[in-house]
Design a protein around this ligand. Structure first.
Ligand code: SF4
Length: 492
């Protein structure tokens, strides 16, 4: 059997696409398609496999015609591109197998798909493969059961050639799930971890590709089960020590990380430098509404400062459009951010995704108007909001344009210089980092607008003379700032 694994394109220039960051990093995309690489490792070894990530290379008709099946995996933001791939496969007479969040709810919307494989692959894929080989595969395979991650294989990295030129960061996943139950989130509550040995093997496999540098630990909440997380972190620290610290890690975690000194110490010891926190909102009533109890209980401004002080730079996720948002929510969020050492703030309007409690509630209340787009820079939503929609959209745009104006962004850079204390860096500066710095000088320090240029040089000079340890991170923040300013400009 010949299988072509295809990862569709992110067509919109969203916050998450990082298109303007990867160019300066000397890559073509932020992250490789970890899900497809993991599925590839679960397919029978006798099958012939090829992979096309459309974010870094062209999908050619010749390659589609080579395959017996095209296996497609897509997130919601890739839906339009996925539909084009399906249409092309249909035209060329090649069967399509589809999985991933884009296909989870409305299968009738994809009439050209021959088989849907929904849910976590470890549970459902073996039966599908058996039926396919016997020529009796059904149209829909769906599993609610959650697999033990000890059975998850090491992703098949060998499918990607010239990996260093393609991706700014590689990925490992240590766990799936989260113990919390935020109303808008579709992450399943049961958290399952890989074993420390599995993680070490995955790091070995990444090292074998020749890649060095940033690795994203793509967990929903790495610290959901503190005991298991600590076992993983101890193994990662040990692995890094034994391989001369080739990687720096980043991940997603809940804000209660700031209460656990030992966890923070293990993370920085293992080479973590950044953590993404779902901070969501400054409104206590809105936190209560969405069931984000862990945030309600703490002072989030203080938590961000503690994490920064312990060497973990915070990226924050924020949402506007909750039923309980006060009219002041936009100014409150801008004020909060401008006092915080958070440069990277992903602000979006609340959307109701399928398989969430929010979707169920809004359906009951008759307030759903369309399907969620999954694009976090969409200035719209898919339900009837309590706040006047025009006021919500105008407020959202005002936040984005304000926090990603060069002057305001520079103010937050100064907060990072003030609060961020990087742990002693074990990982050495790599040629890739030096090249990215030189490219940043070219694109931001020379070619950009006068305003961006001015803040670029000011930030470099201030950090160099007042807190040199943060200098490499300030360069990274300036590169991100350039991306966000461009996305902010594109929001109509
Ligand atoms: S803490 Fe994050 S991952 Fe966990 S349920 Fe809430 S939003 Fe989802």
């Amino acid at each position: 059997m010949k299988v072509l694994l295809v990862y569709p394109e992110f067509l919109d220039d969203t916050f998450w696409s990082f298109k303007n960051v990867v160019k300066i990093a000397g890559a073509r995309a932020g992250f490789p398609p970890l899900g497809l690489l993991t599925i590839a490792a679960m397919l029978p070894p006798v099958w012939e496999l090829k992979l096309v990530d459309m974010n870094v290379e062209k999908l050619r008709d010749k390659l589609i015609k080579w395959a017996d099946y095209v296996f497609l995996s897509a997130m919601m933001a890739q839906t339009e591109s996925a539909k084009r791939v399906i249409a092309l496969c249909n035209k060329l007479g090649i069967k399509v197998v589809a999985g991933g969040p884009a296909f989870a709810s409305d299968q009738e919307d994809f009439p050209g798909v021959d088989h849907f494989v929904l849910g976590e692959a470890e549970v459902i894929l073996p039966q599908f493969i058996k039926d396919l080989e016997e020529g009796q595969a059904r149209q829909i395979y769906s599993a609610d059961e959650l697999p033990d991650m000890a059975t998850t294989p090491v992703p098949m990295w060998s499918l990607i050639k010239k990996i260093k030129k393609k991706y700014a960061s590689l990925i490992v996943q240590a766990s799936r799930g989260c113990p919390f139950h935020c109303e808008f989130c579709n992450v399943n509550g049961v958290q399952r971890y890989k074993t420390p040995d599995q993680i070490s093997l995955e790091l070995d496999a990444i090292l074998a590709t020749g890649f060095r540098g940033a690795v994203f630990v793509a967990d929903d909440n790495l610290i959901g089960n503190r005991t298991e997380a600590k076992k993983i972190l101890i193994a990662m620290e040990w692995w890094q020590q034994n391989h001369d610290y080739p990687f720096t890690f980043s991940t997603q975690a809940s804000v209660n990380l700031a209460n656990d000194e030992y966890m923070m110490q293990l993370m920085t010891g293992a080479g973590f430098t950044m953590v993404f926190l779902g901070l969501e909102t400054t409104s206590k009533a809105s936190l209560q509404e969405c069931g984000k109890k862990q945030n309600e209980k703490c002072d989030i401004a203080e938590a961000v400062r503690i994490l920064s002080n312990r060497g973990l730079l915070v990226y924050g996720g924020f949402i506007v459009g909750f039923d309980n948002d006060p009219d002041s929510v936009f100014d409150d969020l801008i004020d909060f951010l401008q006092q915080s050492p958070i440069c990277v703030a992903m602000v979006g309007i609340l959307q109701a995704f399928p398989n969430t409690k929010l979707h169920e509630r809004l359906e009951r209340e008759g307030r759903l108007t369309s399907t969620a787009s999954g694009n976090n820079s969409d200035a719209s939503t898919n339900f009837k909001t309590r706040m006047n929609l025009d006021a919500l959209v105008a407020g959202y745009k005002r936040i984005i344009r304000t926090i990603y104006s060069p002057g305001k962004y520079y103010e937050r850079i100064l907060n990072i210089i003030k609060y961020y204390k990087p742990a002693e860096m074990q990982s050495k500066i790599k040629m890739r980092d030096i090249m990215a710095f030189l490219r940043s000088i070219w694109y931001l320090g020379i070619l950009s607008s006068w305003k961006v240029r001015q803040y670029y040089w000011k930030a470099l000079i201030v950090s160099f003379f007042s807190n040199r340890a943060v200098f490499p991170k300030i360069v990274v923040m300036l590169v991100y700032g350039n991306h966000f300013m461009k996305v902010a400009e594109s929001i109509e």
